[in-house]
Design a protein around this ligand. Sequence first.
Ligand SMILES: NC(=O)c1ccc[n+]([C@@H]2O[C@H](COP(=O)([O-])OP(=O)(O)OC[C@H]3O[C@@H](n4cnc5c(N)ncnc54)[C@H](OP(=O)(O)O)[C@@H]3O)[C@@H](O)[C@H]2O)c1
Length: 201
Amino acid sequence: MASSMPAPSRSRPRVIAHHAVSLDGATTGFSPDLGTFYGLITTWQEDVTLVGADTILAQEEALVSGTPGPGPDPDGPLLAVVDSRGRVSAWEALRSAGHWRDAIRLEADRPGERVDLRRTLERFAEQGVETVRVDSGGVLTGALLEQGLIDEVSLLVHPVTVGAKSATRWYGASTATLVFTLDQVEAVADGVVWLRYRRSG
Ligand SMILES: NC(=O)c1ccc[n+]([C@@H]2O[C@H](COP(=O)([O-])OP(=O)(O)OC[C@H]3O[C@@H](n4cnc5c(N)ncnc54)[C@H](OP(=O)(O)O)[C@@H]3O)[C@@H](O)[C@H]2O)c1
C-alpha cells in the first residue's frame, strides 16, 4: 500500500476516517470542496472503501438517473456498504460508477442485528486488506470510534459554521475519549485546512 504509516495491528486493517467538515464539525449543511476532498483520497490508496448506507442513499437517486458510469475499475478499491437493513438498491450503478472494482453489501451475522464492525475488519484482514477508508457523514465513523477501530482521523475543515441546521457531526454519537497525535496541518484550498490525526499509542 502507498501510505507510509504501518498498520497498527495485524488482526485488522488500518482504518482512516476522512471527512469534509464545517468549523463546528458538521458533515452536512454546507457545500464542501469536493474536488479537494476527493483529490486527497489518493493519499491512502485504500483497498476497501467502507461506506455507511445513508451516505449511499443520499446519492442513490442521482446515481441511478445520471449518465451511466464507465464500468468497474479493476485497479480500484472494493466498495463495502454497511447495510444490515438492505436499504441500498443501486448495486449495478455503484459497480459501474468507475471508482471501485466491485461493490458488496455487508450484512449482520444474525437477523435484526447490526453489522459487527470489528469482525468485518478482521475478515478483511484475513483477505489481505491493509487499508480501509471510511466514507460516512459521521454515524458510521462514530460507531467505529466507539469501538476504538479508527486509526486516523482526516478532517478537511471548511471556513463555515452550520450550527443546528445540520444534525450530523463527523464523530456521530461516539462518547469515546481517544487520544490522537497531530500528523499534518496544511492549507489546501481557499480557507480550507487539512488536519490529519493518528491514534496515539
Ligand atoms: N462531509 C462528509 O465528509 C460526508 C461524507 C459522506 C457522507 N456525507 C453526508 O452524510 C450523510 C449521511 O451520513 P450519516 O452519518 O447520516 O450516515 P452513514 O454513516 O452514511 O450511515 C450510517 C451507517 O452506520 C451504520 N451503523 C450505525 N450504528 C452502527 C453500529 N452500532 N454498528 C454497525 N453499524 C452501524 C448503519 O448501518 P445500518 O444501515 O446497517 O443500520 C449505516 O450504514 C449524507 O447526507 C451524506 O451526503 C458527508
